[in-house]
Design a protein around this ligand. Structure first.
Ligand SMILES: [Cu+2]
Length: 267
């Protein structure tokens, strides 16, 4: 229905609503454009010089335009407080329960995305800024904390299961970044000092999207959508949406890999 907008292919459950909102906005803006264009043309003809050579300095006597403006104000207030804010709150605040979703921490930094999963125990372990160590431990995870032992981290690679609610807890280590995945119709700034949750349900796996777009190299991309410094343009992350079983396999593999690496004293 919204193909005429030429938006990126859609790959999340709520995205259709965003698209139809964008579609309607274009329709209304077009109506406004036509209306104002017609008024402009009318004014050009009605007040042309040959018909009205001397300007009328007495201004308008009636109060009609003031009432009209007040009416526009009231309608806009109703639109904003009656519709926009409640709709936005419903989308943003009513998150699925954390035990029914996959919770991922995504932390932006100049110029990369740090991804962290809680691991099999479902609990994010302790972190401490003092433990931050370049690429080795870019989030400062305290591996002595039992809950932190199985936390899985990746750099610029976000793996997600399809058809499951995903809650991304977004943070930043330095400046303002923005987590944007156009196909999911998701975009949120990451603000230093804040943890901002966003949620969505991806419903098209990467493999499916490759056949759908006819591009065998298609990748979902996290584009940093805030100019965050000199390396902003190369701040790209990739999202791989897998069928749930394959995601589980990937996760088990990662957990194993990490526990083996931790057990290796020569690391
Ligand atoms: Cu950035």
């Amino acid at each position: 229905m919204t193909e005429w907008l030429g938006l990126p292919p859609l790959a999340s459950v709520h995205g259709g609503q965003i698209d139809s909102l964008i579609g309607w906005m274009h329709v209304f803006m077009f109506l406004l454009f036509v209306g104002w264009g017609a008024f402009f043309t009318y004014a050009l003809i009605r007040f042309r010089r040959s018909r009205q050579p001397v300007a009328n300095y007495n201004a308008v006597k009636s109060h009609a335009s003031s009432y009209l403006e007040a009416a526009v104000l009231v309608v806009e207030m109703i639109l904003l407080f009656g519709f926009s804010i409640p709709l936005w709150a419903a989308r943003v605040d009513h998150r699925p329960a954390e035990n029914e979703a996959l919770v991922v921490n995504v932390t932006g930094e100049q110029f990369a995305w740090n991804v962290r999963y809680p691991g099999p125990d479902g609990v994010f372990g302790r972190t401490d800024v003092k433990l931050i160590e370049g690429q080795e431990n870019s989030l400062g995870i305290d591996r002595n904390d039992p809950a932190a032992k199985d936390d899985v981290t990746t750099l610029n690679q976000l793996y997600l299961p399809a058809n499951k609610p995903i809650i991304v807890k977004l943070r930043s280590k330095d400046v303002i970044h923005s987590f944007g995945v156009p196909e999911f119709r998701v975009k949120q700034d990451a603000i230093p000092g804040l943890t901002i949750p966003i949620w969505f349900v991806p419903n098209v796996t990467t493999a499916e999207m490759r056949t759908r777009t006819g591009n065998p190299e298609f990748q979902y991309e996290i584009a940093c959508a805030q100019l965050c410094g000199l390396g902003h343009a190369r701040m790209r992350g990739f999202v791989t949406v897998l069928p749930p079983e394959e995601f589980q396999k990937w996760m088990d593999e990662k957990v194993k890999e990490q526990s083996e690496a931790a057990a290796d004293p020569f690391r």
